[in-house]
Design a protein around this ligand. Structure first.
Ligand code: AMP
Ligand code: ZN
Ligand code: FE
Ligand code: FE
Length: 292
């Protein structure tokens, strides 16, 4: 069984529609794929329907923008009730922050002499519930300012570059609790993905595990082999589920093809049993998955 637990569609900053993504997952020989668009469940229904059509098990998820100890942390959430009002409210706050920073980003780029407008960006994010810097990058490509998303991030959009503007992110520990209250489970995405930085630290991961975190993403393209082995050891010590995934973004991110990393079936089973326990404890109506 081949399992990929982290992918993005056009509902956030990927380039496939949810149905195209699931068809691509089937073509790539995956049996299970999680759709984890940034901060939204808006692609779930289309992905689940495509899963039935293509014989792929779709795990509904999302990658939530959070902050911990002053650092951005991406939190994968699987199988929460997407209508749980406190979760909806907090995601709305994050989504508003995504759109709300656009005028400031556009103004900064204009200040650098680039003739970009907010409309140029919104034209690139027409299908997206979550607008992000990759859409600004796409607008810069369309305007001929840069050749690729990578170049746009390197020159203008990465943190510390002149077009960067920060935005709201949800506090991490309360968000772990919010997802649990919605009947779902949480996994830290690419925990040490930034080269040379171990943040959250091993001690912090222990604190997060105690706060209800279910797992960490170990096998990710941003982790060198030695980092993966250290994270695998931490997962073992803390009784966290160790996942692997592609973080596929269609053609929006190079080097992340579907299935490039996968999750062991035994780890998915552990994650789903924790999800079943969270769902029962929450009393919420959560999505269900049936493994092949
Ligand atoms: P935002 O969600 O607006 O904070 O933008 C962050 C998103 O941009 C993440 O999902 C990354 O996958 C994506 N991203 C970051 N760096 C790059 C890059 N160099 N090329 C393409 N996408 C990137
Ligand atoms: Zn992304
Ligand atoms: Fe991420
Ligand atoms: Fe991602």
């Amino acid at each position: 069984m081949r399992i990929d637990l982290h992918t993005h569609s056009r509902v956030s900053d990927g380039t496939d529609s949810p149905a195209e993504l699931v068809a691509a997952a089937a073509a790539a020989g995956l049996d299970v794929v999680a759709l984890t668009d940034h901060d939204t469940a808006a692609g779930w229904a289309e992905a689940l329907a495509a899963g039935e059509e293509h014989g792929v098990t779709v795990v509904p998820g999302m990658e939530i923008s959070t902050r911990y100890d002053g650092h951005a942390v991406h939190l994968l959430a699987y199988l929460p009730d997407p209508s749980y009002p406190p979760l909806v409210a907090e995601l709305d706050r994050v989504l508003s922050g995504r759109v709300g920073r656009l005028p400031a980003m556009v103004e900064r780029l204009q200040g650098l002499g680039i003739a970009i407008t907010e409309q140029d960006v919104l034209a690139r994010s027409a299908d997206a519930a979550a607008t992000g810097r990759p859409h600004v990058a796409d607008a810069l490509v369309a305007l001929g300012v840069v050749d690729s998303r990578d170049e746009a991030f390197d020159r203008y959009l990465a943190a510390g570059r002149p077009g960067f503007v920060d935005r709201y992110a949800a506090p991490l520990v309360p968000m772990i609790g919010l997802v649990a209250a919605a009947g779902g489970v949480t996994v830290i995405a690419h925990p040490w993905g930034r080269i040379g930085r171990e943040q959250p630290s091993a001690e912090a991961l222990a604190e997060l595990a105690a706060a209800g975190l279910s797992g960490i993403e170990v096998d990710h393209q941003d982790h060198a082999p030695a980092v993966r082995e250290r994270l695998r050891g931490i997962a073992r010590d803390l009784d966290l589920v160790a996942t692997g995934s592609s973080d596929y973004h269609g053609t929006g991110k190079t080097g992340h093809p579907l299935g490039v990393n996968t999750t062991a079936p035994s780890e998915l089973e552990r994650l789903l049993s924790r999800a079943a326990a969270a769902a029962a404890a929450s009393g919420r109506r959560t999505p269900s998955v049936v493994l092949p």
